[in-house]
Design a protein around this ligand. Sequence first.
Ligand SMILES: [Zn+2]
Length: 414
Amino acid sequence: MESAILGLRCPDCGEGALNTDMTVHPVCPRHGRFQEARYDLAKIAGGVDRDSLRPRRRGIWRYRALLPVRDDDHVVTMGEGDTPLVHARRLGAEIGLDHLYVKDESQNPTGSFKDRGASVTLSKCKEVGVKGLILASSGNAASSFSAYSARAGLPFVGFIRRETSAVHRLQTLIYGAEIYVVEGTMVEGTQLAQAVADKHGLFHCTQPYNLYRVEGKKTLAFEISESLGWRVPDRILVPTAGGTNALALYKGYEELNALGWVKGMPAIDVVQAEGCHPIVLAWKSGEPVKRWAKVETKSVGLGHPFPKAGDQVVEIMKKTGGIGWVVSDAHTFAAARLLARTEGLFVQPASAAPVACFLAMGEARARKGHGGQLIVGIASGSGKNQVDAPLAELGEPPLIEARLDAFEAARTRR
Ligand SMILES: [Zn+2]
């Protein structure tokens, strides 16, 4: 079934135009809320059997009825999506959770969940004739948009940061993107990207200016539901900087409920770093999200001091009964090691944040509070995407001469 997109609309007041499904300023003219893509869900419910989706085609585009691209010829894809939902039995036993699942997003083409949003964004950009794109990122998104822009044959300008890893610098450059290291935080990078977008007529795809990233990422909700036989998890833990993932999961589950394919909404939990947790702070205090004064985290990807969609994320946490979690770098790094050692999953420290929550809690308390719940943690990116700091923590392996006695001597020193 082709895309059933109707157009863009404000989720509050319904303001927005049908058939206008591309805009660089997706904000409600009435009260400034970010607009969303809306679909003819009744038409999909009548025309698509949820169980027929799986064998049809691989990846996020098997949900194309629920994606905003009208013509198949415009789809820009590299096989993103369909990542494994791993039942983490050995890990769960260590931290006291019987039904812990990890959505392993490291298996996307550029090694992170950003590929879902990039595939949908570039497809839509091709469809409406955008001449180029720009984005500010701490790394994963810059790599992803560099790759998908190359695939689409569109120019891409990326603003990365001083702490962006060598892997991401290499990835973005080899894809032929125009890359600059911008001083300052994500806020300054995003403001500059907006200014350049305005002046040079580029499509600004930093979240939340680009609603098509939400459209791509909502397929996480579809895949998780399908993998669990359409059972809704009790809670989904989302490592959070800008908050697009939380918005996307919520929208995905809303659409699934409207279609009658699932019943109920998971609690959407937000996990942030001790050294930068403006959304969790706002959730606790009941006040609007305020700018975090000084970002201090080694978990690259978790350091957004002032996410524009933050208040919307807090709203979603409240509506779904989600919890705000704060984790230290020590816990995210330890959680990344634990995921690797118990499940063979190699994720970057920020992606291990959902596991870090329970690690910080201790087995007894985790079992008491969450033991019986079906919990999904989103592991957003590959361990290959942040190498230096985790390797420094583990230490280099010993160098030995190629002799048996040298091996035995080194082994006793371990
Ligand atoms: Zn409105």
